[in-house]
Design a protein around this ligand. Sequence first.
Ligand code: FAD
Length: 530
Amino acid sequence: LGGAARLYTEEDPLVILSSGSLKPTISNSSSAWLVQFFSSWCGHCIQYSGTWKALAGDVQDWREAISVGVLDCAQEENFDVCKDFSIKFYPTFKYFRAHSPPTDRGTTYRGADREIQSVRQLMVNILQNHTRMDRPQHCPPLEPYSSAELLPLLGQRSDHFTAIIVEEPDSYVGREVILDLLQYSGVQVRRALSSDLPLLDALKISTFPSIYLLQPNGTHTHLHSEKKLRFFFSSLLKALPGVQRRLQAASSSSSVGQVEALQDQHSTEPWRDFDRSKVYLADLDSALHYLLRVEMATHSTLEGEELQVFKDFITVVAKLYPGGAWVVKLMETLSDWLLSLPLQRIPYQAVLDLVDNKMRISGVFLGAELRWVGCQGSRAGLRGYPCSLWTLFHVLTVRHEATPTALDNTGVQLGSAPVLQVMRRYIRTFFGCEVCGRHFEQMAAESLDSVQSREEQILWLWRTHNRVNNRLAGSLSDDPLFPKSPWPSTSLCSSCHEEKNGVHVWNRDNVLHFLRRHYCIANLSPRYSL
Ligand code: FAD
């Protein structure tokens, strides 16, 4: 592969096409396609790649209706196909309708505006350019419904929600929300126009855009959205009870089997009610319990780098763990013991013996059993340990900022992001899901060195975790009760979300403020702890 191919990687939410795959992919496809033919030596293409990736991420849930691809014309193997498609300038944007014949060479988009919002609206227009007969199979109607079609639905029972977005004729919000919900079952989204007076009258709507919701039980109501923006509307609908992302048949990147193998098999546990805006000490204790007693215990001896990673991890936890005094005491004892050992190699059984011994003397321990609360899954094999491990490290980054000198003189020499470096090394060395570890290592190698402060440490982990959520959304490890989505949700933190030039953006300062509050000691709930 030339350097070119690396402009886009398999991690990006788009399809990398080549001479061999272009025609089979686009011809007779059940979805429409928007393909950027670029050249890796073209400076503008390099600069533009960030926008194209952001666009692809923005519309990745639309892919059953319209997919985004790239093809690098600078690669020798692609010379012929680029000639065949008459690509003379880079980048060239071509779109292909669904079910297009093999002879189709696509339609070139000549618009000068290549910003995300304009290209996204182009995608909507491409979809609307299909007839009822050749529309992509999975694309719901994007045309407005009339009051004559919608009003009879009022009061009717149904097995799903129906959301009606009432908007001005030139607004794209309704169509974008319809497409955002394409992968979700349990809700149908329709749009209607602000010019439809009987509808406005019946629903008492006077501001646009607005969402009106018909519930499965026949009742209907306005849906209040804090901000009248696409992201807020889509998030509200995705959060309705029973609305679920349909699972992808197979996920190439998730290593579900391995994640599942890490989970405890207790499936008969009673459900513990919990509040999503809290962090539960029981989850943090269970993370440590699982880590020490199960994950680490698969290593019969520790030496060299492994021993160093384990020592540093224990030291960081001993210094920063926000929970029960007893756990902290245990971690401190373990840390002191590890640091005082003259040995280069220790049998892991010795660690287990120390932990057991402490436990016997005190009569208390890190939950004698695993007890997931905020990390409960809707069935065994979902959530649990990996959820609690993320939570633990988020808590540690926030705690490190709150107690900046805690790691002084501990021998943990890990630059300006010690918690992240310890996490990186732990995940790389011990995390049982190896593929997950490799993905995480890739992300750390890309950008962890740029983290220069404690607040960036908090934000880096949040951003990286969202990248993982994004990649895993709809995969088999996605718990239907807790679908992976950008976090925090609009209901947890509305001020974290904004829109700029029609594109969802995070308000960095508000996110930071939220993370500090969410993962601080005051927000730790002792409920269900031992
Ligand atoms: P999780 O993603 O585990 O999140 C736990 C909790 O953290 C959430 O409930 C929420 O309260 C909070 N949260 C969510 N997002 C954020 C955020 N951005 N910032 C702060 N807090 C947040 N699984 C795979 O199948 N493939 C992988 O490649 C993979 N890589 C992983 C890498 C690491 C380092 C870890 C720890 C886990 C990985 N997993 C992977 C597991 C996966 O990320 C989830 O942990 C698991 O599927 C359970 O998901 P969950 O719904 O409980 O939420």
